[in-house]
Design a protein around this ligand. Structure first.
Ligand SMILES: [Zn+2]
Length: 342
């Protein structure tokens, strides 16, 4: 395994993501049509549309979440340039997030601190917490990282490896999702309290092991919770959820440490006819921003598609650009995220 990558394979290796049932054979179609002619019971007809052993796929259910808007908000983040902590683009992009959240009626607080890196640099970091329905005691925590990796270290050419990435999927997709969620919450508030947390410094350093200069914002938040006894009903980290080819298996740390939240999110997705994206199987164990929160007892899972591009070739490379994202993918994740708040 390459050192410096953010994930660890669980030893079982990766399996094919293809779960869609194969198309019906010509023979199967003919049997179905005969059944229709004789007006056989509707349950039999339904069975003909499915593989015999596959559970029925419910029809797709959508919400008012606007996937096109989410894509545009992601593009607005990318337009600032790489959001590397300490850069001008980072400062401006952070200010933009704060302004967007205030405009949509959130109560916004910031955590600002300096982090001394292993190499001795001082990084100015900020977490942005946008709270909807701040009085509600029953709360849901959604988080995403908004910083981008300073180097394209998965590039082949050493000259490219030192360049900063756009982070369209790895950074901007989660921000785009959250701004569009805020649109929906402003128009139709949730009875629950909703905390949208934008964490900084997720992707700055090395994932090792050991971890060096990564997961900085979530680690800071975990030790500086917004109030004593802060215990959201459940939490979800959204990371890399804009890929046009979106498939999200169940991340293993989430399954092991907050199975009830995985169950809640995946059953909602299945109910909404999105079992082809929220796959009912385990993926990899991934080191990400949910870990520091799980470590302090918050029930937070990771919704992530870490298979980005052919052979994951876009991850942490200069290929992580807006053209790899789709509004349809953001819409699917946004629909599920919003439905969980209703
Ligand atoms: Zn990353």
């Amino acid at each position: 395994m390459t050192e410096g990558r953010r994930w660890m394979v669980d030893g079982r290796g990766r399996t094919s993501d293809t779960i869609s049932p194969p198309p019906l054979t010509r023979r199967a179609r003919r049997v179905c049509s005969n059944l229709a002619m004789f007006a056989v019971a509707s349950t039999l007809l339904a069975a003909c549309t499915q593989k015999p052993d596959a559970p029925p796929t419910p029809p797709v259910v959508t919400t008012e979440f606007d996937g096109e808007a989410a894509l545009q908000y992601a593009a607005a983040q990318v337009a600032f340039g790489p959001r590397v902590p300490g850069s001008e683009a980072h400062r401006k992009a952070g200010d933009w997030i704060v302004a967007q959240m205030i405009q949509r009626g959130a109560v916004v607080t910031e955590q600002q601190w300096n982090h001394k890196t292993k190499s001795g640099r001082t990084l100015p970091l900020r977490n942005i917490l946008a709270r909807f329905n701040p009085q509600a005691t029953e709360r849901v925590l959604y988080l995403t990282h908004w910083d981008t990796r300073p180097t394209a270290d998965e590039e082949m050419d050493p000259a490219d490896q030192i360049k900063a990435i756009d982070g369209a999927n790895d950074g901007a997709s989660g921000v785009g999702l959250f701004v569009a969620l805020a649109d929906a919450l402003q128009k139709k508030p949730s009875a629950l309290g909703v905390d949208l947390l934008f964490v900084d410094g997720e992707d700055y350093g090395e994932f090792g092991p050991p971890l060096v200069d990564v997961l900085l914002g979530s680690t800071y938040f975990a030790s500086h919770l917004p109030e004593p006894g802060y215990r959201p009903v459940f939490g979800v980290l959204f990371d890399m959820i804009g890929d046009a080819d979106l498939r999200i298996p169940q991340e293993i740390n989430s399954v092991q440490r907050a199975p009830e939240v995985v169950q809640r999110v995946w059953s909602k997705a299945a109910e909404m006819g999105r079992g082809n994206v929220f796959l009912a199987r385990e993926g990899q164990a991934i080191t990400d921003d949910h870990i520091p929160l799980l470590d302090v007892g918050l029930k937070v899972i990771n919704v992530i598609d870490l298979d980005y591009g052919p052979g994951n070739s876009y991850h942490h490379t200069l290929q992580d650009t807006m053209d790899k994202l789709s509004a349809a993918s953001l819409k699917i994740v946004g629909d599920v995220a919003l439905a969980l708040l209703r």
